[in-house]
Write a protein that binds this ligand. Sequence first.
Ligand code: NAX
Length: 327
Amino acid sequence: TNTPVTVTVTGAAGKIAYSLLFRLASGLVFGPGTPVRLRLLDIPSAVVAAEGVAMEIEDCALPLVDSIEITDDVTAAFDGANAAFLVGARPRGKGMERADLLTANGAIFREQGRAINDHAAADIRVVVVGNPANTNAYIAHRHAPDVPAGRFTALMRLDHNRALSQLATRLGARVSELDGVVVWGNHSATQFPDVTYLTRGGEPVTAGLDPEWLADTFIPRVAGRGAEIIAVRGSSSAASAAGAAVDQMRDWVRGTSGESWTTVALPSGGEYGTVPDVVTGLPCRSRGGEWEVVEGLEIGEFQRARIDASVAELVSERDAVRALGLA
Ligand code: NAX
């Protein structure tokens, strides 16, 4: 067997972690030959519940579990980490203003960014799930100057998967036949799920999709899917979010196949007219363990307006955390 990888999961007592941890422990990310050392971080009041989750992982008797550590100490949690899923975040409480939310989360992701900078392994890969995911990733990245920017990503793979699934249903296709989807911008209502480059079995299909359906049904449905799940299920997306986090880290570590691409939110290099350093959804391939932004796509007028609107929202979030002295 290979050397174990050390994987940190924050928000370990929460709903998403309850799906994510078992998939990690089953080898879905690092493969069937790689043992995992699990590090579970939560706040002091939730550590006991996290211990309960660890007990259940033990009870699965999974052959790839090297060890499980539970902690409320941020430094210990990231010490030597090769991979980190930053799931825990402060939810918006009653009467909380946007600035309060940004302040609370800013403090969390600043501290975790610093701990990653100072204590994680040199090959650390970070997937931020906790909302506002893009801006939380931005904050962590800004506080980890010794870690390459491309090591900080936010999760937009769930939005990507939601788009793929809606398109497959509409086209009567299997998800595996489709490629070329990208979700630009912010993991928020302004996100732009884009089908301009969509292929089915390698053939372009966009001409077969009704523009009215795309604008009036598809885009709002994908962007509003989180709210739809809450309304129908009575609880926010958890297994699907964990699945998307697994997809993102697995592709990052093990590569995307051939020319196909996926959506990753990462600190922009200014590609496609996006604003440098804000953490935006971009079309990416994973090669040699690194995300590469797909080059040379043509952007039309409709796309331009949608991308710019969502990036403008990211810039305003960035400016707000800067004004609060958090990044
Ligand atoms: P839960 O409320 O079930 O769990 C959150 C856990 O995080 C709790 O155990 C809490 O104690 C812990 N936590 C809070 N502050 C912490 C800190 N400073 N350090 C470590 N742990 C801390 O939420 P869950 O449903 O698991 O969702 C987690 C986050 O994912 C939320 O912010 C949520 O908005 C976000 N989501 C992001 C998605 C995405 O696609 N990017 C989709 C799903 C989800 O909405």
